[in-house]
Design a binder for this molecule. Structure first.
Ligand code: S3P
Length: 438
């Protein structure tokens, strides 16, 4: 599927019913990495079988970890950990292809910084433009050697030679609020002698911390500092991956923006470092209830019910930004459907995602007739102008393709989204669910 075509739904037709979404992307990556280095066998259920997460699975396999995928349920993995002893990928596979996945490249950088061999991490054109200096800097201080072979400075392909006698324990004061950078440093710290810590300028998703605890490694969170003591051996422990709230977000916005809707999303991860989207939509006037039905070690999951309303504009900035960073494209769509002004600020990180999401969102919304002004760190949207159907370009960015599919449900005619095959990087099956809405 290289393009998505969306027909608008009848304005009088509310979105109702219930649906579930595939497993959480961040948690799936970490489950493959942590179970892969643990001692023992872990059964992972609910794993996200998207291109991004399968890149992490392939990488762990290339380094000697046995990962079996259940033929009758591909979301069930049996991972036999290597008890901290990864092997160098075979010479012909010494390049590990991270595809489109920044999480794969940055988390594996942390892991490889601690292994006594050399590996090359490669990625697609989008990933090869994304900044890797943010992990190269702290991991070099921990003793790893990086050579960037990219066309741009500090960009992939990245050649990594791990610290031969183990990385140094280290404290890193992170200049950007990034869960990927935090995770890379903490993962390297698992192999270091002593205490490794990071301070974050704003709270970021804490799956690394919660999941390390599940795998038997204590992490401490004091103020803005997160630390662990190494060397630490992870203990295998079966893990259930809940539904991805970042995928659920698309349907949440559709229902929130259509008065009369009542949509329930079941089995969704409700870790509070990820639920900012629900707070933003509630702030914009949607009626949202969440019910925790289960969970493990800091990773609750449950059901979300959204009752739609005429939304109104809001202000989004400051510490909530990392919590909603992946949802901002679809929040911008919600802002166009709302009355009044919405301001998104402190979100310059959006410019270094799979695309420059400030530019792609603003330009595509403008081409649909919305009143959007781009800012260096966000955008200002005057809501309420009807969205015109047109052709927009997702530029190979999955969240842009899906956000504009939702915009298309509210547009004046058929919306065509080009370069949209990328939805498979995080949400295989998206198009099928979309067709239930039209
Ligand atoms: C992720 C962290 C975020 C997010 C990405 C997944 C993670 O990136 O945008 O989709 O799994 O740690 P940053 O840490 O770069 O903000």
């Amino acid at each position: 599927m290289s393009e998505i075509r969306v027909l608008p739904t009848d304005l009088e037709k509310p979105f109702t019913g219930s649906l579930s979404v595939p497993g959480d992307k961040s948690i799936s990556h970490r489950s493959a990495i942590f179970a892969g280095i643990a001692d023992g066998k872990t059964e992972v259920s609910g794993f996200l079988t998207s291109e991004d997460c399968l890149a992490t699975v392939a990488a762990m396999r290339a380094m000697g970890v046995s990962i079996e995928q259940d033929s009758s349920d591909p979301t069930h993995l049996t991972i036999t950990g290597c008890a901290g002893k990864l092997r160098a990928p075979d010479a012909d596979a010494s390049q590990i292809d991270c595809g489109n996945s920044g999480t794969t490249m940055r988390l594996l950088s942390g892991l490889l910084a601690a292994q006594p061999f050399t590996t090359m991490l490669t990625g697609d054109a989008s990933l090869s433009r994304r900044p890797m200096g943010r992990v190269i800097k702290p991991l070099s201080e921990m003793g790893a050697a990086f050579t960037s072979h990219g066309e741009k400075t500090d960009c992939a392909p990245l050649e990594i030679t791990g610290a031969t006698s183990g990385p140094n324990a280290f404290h890193y004061d992170m200049p950007v609020a990034s869960a990927q950078v935090k995770s890379a440093v903490l993962i390297a710290g698992l192999f270091a002698e002593g205490r490794t810590s990071v301070t974050e300028p704003a709270p970021t998703r804490n799956h690394t911390e919660t999941m390390l605890r599940h795998f038997g490694v204590a992490t401490t969170h004091e103020g803005s500092e997160i630390s662990l003591n190494g060397p630490a051996m992870l203990r295998a422990g079966d893990f259930y991956v809940p539904g991805d709230i970042s995928s659920a977000a698309f349907w949440c916005v559709a229902a929130a923006a259509r008065p009369g809707s009542e949509l329930t999303l079941t089995g969704i991860g409700l870790n509070p470092t990820r639920t900012g989207i629900l707070d933003v939509l509630a702030q914009m006037g949607a009626d949202i209830t969440r019910t925790v039905t289960g969970g493990q070690e800091g990773e609750p999951f449950g059901d979300i019910t959204i009752r739609g309303a005429q939304l109104h504009g809001t202000t989004i900035g400051g510490d909530i930004i990392p919590n909603v960073i992946d949802e901002l494209p679809v929040i911008a769509v919600a802002a166009c459907l709302a009355s009044g002004e919405t301001t998104i600020s402190d979100a310059a990180e959006l410019r270094v995602k799979e695309s420059d999401r400030i530019a792609t969102v603003a330009q595509n919304l403008q081409s649909m007739g919305a009143d959007v002004t781009e800012r260096p760190d966000g955008m200002v949207i005057q809501g309420g102008k009807p969205l015109q159907a047109t052709t927009v370009d997702a530029t190979g960015d999955h969240r842009i393709a899906m956000a504009f599919s939702i915009a298309g449900l509210f547009a004046s005619g058929e919306t065509i989204i080009l370069n949209a095959e990328c939805v498979n990087t995080s949400y295989p099956g998206f198009a099928g669910v979309l067709s239930r809405f039209v």
